[in-house]
Design a protein around this ligand. Structure first.
Ligand code: GUN
Ligand code: ZN
Length: 438
């Protein structure tokens, strides 16, 4: 058995602070986390736990803040190399930049190359779990899962289903989409820390028959998630209304095909009215709040307060390549600004909850990750509030809440000193040219 301890300042948010209050926040200024074979065995004050484990090998990370690994609830790995592509809004951007890029994933070697880079980029940014779009090619999922298996990361993905309104090279059929999805589920079920998501891209790129087939797949595989886009951009919403005149609204297109349930994760949900939000809440579905993407594509401002009022689960998504950063810290900073524009305030502890425990609940992995509670998997990040001269100057002597907020507003991959996956180091920040390191 491998046993080790890490001494650092510990912070985890184990419930929604908006509901549970301060009780949800677990903080040990001088803490110790004990890890046995990749699982958290103990978590608490160093003084108490060190005495209980007198022979424990302890790595000293005092000066760093240890938090649960971040969970990215919506990101596209094949768009990694198309981040920062100038365009108009969603539909134009897809056509000009994204569909051409995704065609290259017919080549397995290209998919392997990008998948490895993508997962390393997640780790550099402190992200240890993610719900990931691949492409229509089944082998693009194999490439991602192989790379995730090699890194022991908790990754959920699935083959994109798309049988219309896309280049022919990116289209499947109802039958091939179904058969390839079934084959992927059978091939990958139970391996490593991987999970499968039935993934119709969005309403516009699937026929009614394919959406119905996706609903059947979901019903046949109760361990799979449903992952798609919903009510992101006004141009898209108008096109969905025209394509599905029988539906009451965008969400109803999915509901009619059995796609709105407790295991459904919808990216964006920027333009949902109260009625649609209430239906999502009643179904137990989750929304991935993707602020950098919604700003980049001019889609709009997600209404977190409306989702809260209707009991909709919310996680954080970077949505790279429409999203402009792999950093969940940076994404939380942008989420704060979006909430400001909506006349609401996002508390830094709640923001951390959204990026960790809430994301785990949205992806149905909260029994395994998200809070670093004893028995959970030891996925965590060591944050450095003095990572840059400005951060160091701004956070010197600050209490925890203000330090955490400064990390969200000013921090990014530079503030991620180390990322650990299943109790093993997976990323360590490089020394700067000046020679300073963790
Ligand atoms: N809607 C359908 N496809 C996409 C995509 O690739 N990115 C975003 N942001 N929205 C989408
Ligand atoms: Zn997306």
């Amino acid at each position: 058995m491998t046993v080790l301890g890490i001494r650092a300042e510990l912070l985890a948010v184990r419930g929604d602070p908006a509901v549970a209050g301060e009780e949800a926040i677990v903080h040990h200024a001088d803490g110790l986390i004990v890890i046995e074979d990749g699982i958290v065995a103990a978590y608490g004050d160093h003084a108490v736990l060190a005495e209980r484990h007198p022979t424990l090998a302890i790595e000293d990370r005092r000066g760093l803040l240890l938090v649960p690994g971040f969970i990215d609830c919506h990101v596209h790995y094949p768009q990694t190399e198309r981040i920062a592509a100038h365009g108009a809004q969603l539909l134009d951007w897809l056509e000009r930049h994204i569909f051409p890029a995704e065609q290259a994933f017919a080549d397995r070697a290209h998919a392997d190359d990008v998948a490895g880079f993508f997962l390393d980029e997640l780790l550099r940014n402190g992200t240890t779990s993610a719900l990931v779009f691949a492409t229509v090619h089944a082998s693009s999922v194999d490439a991602l899962f192989d790379a995730a298996l090699a890194r022991d990361m908790r990754i959920i993905s699935g083959k994109t289903l798309m049988d219309r309104e896309a280049p022919t090279a990116l289209c499947d059929t109802v039958e091939s989409g179904r058969a390839q999805s079934e084959a992927l589920i059978a091939r990958w079920r139970g391996r490593g820390r991987l999970g499968y998501a039935v993934t119709p891209r969005f309403a516009l790129t699937s026929t009614r028959a394919q959406l119905a087939s996706a609903g059947e797949l979901l019903a046949a595989h109760p361990d799979a998630l449903l992952h798609t886009h919903l009510s992101e951009n006004l141009g898209e919403i108008a096109a969905v209304g025209a394509a599905f005149p029988e539906a009451a609204d965008y969400l109803d297109v999915y509901a009619r095909h059995g796609l709105v349930g407790a295991r459904s994760v919808f990216a964006h949900g920027v333009h949902l009215d109260d009625g649609a939000m209430a239906r999502l809440g009643a179904a137990g579905s989750a929304i991935a709040f993707c602020p950098t993407s919604n700003l980049f594509l001019g889609s709009g401002l997600f209404d977190l307060a409306r989702a809260d009022a209707r009991g909709v689960r919310v996680g954080i998504g970077t949505d790279v390549g429409a999203g402009t950063s792999f950093s969940i810290l940076h994404t939380l900073g942008e989420a704060y600004k979006v909430c400001q524009m909506r006349g609401a305030s996002l508390d830094p502890f709640r923001a951390l909850w959204l990026a960790t425990g809430a994301g785990a609940h949205a992806l149905h992995i909260a029994d395994r990750v998200g809070g670093l509670a004893p028995g959970q998997e030891a996925d965590f990040v060591l944050l450095d509030a003095a990572a840059t001269p400005l951060l160091a100057r701004r956070t010197a002597g600050l209490p925890l809440a203000e330090r955490l907020f400064a990390l969200q507003i000013l921090g990014d991959d530079r503030a991620v000193a180390e990322t650990w996956v299943a109790g093993r180091p997976a990323h360590r920040r490089q020394a700067f040219a000046s020679g300073s390191d963790v």
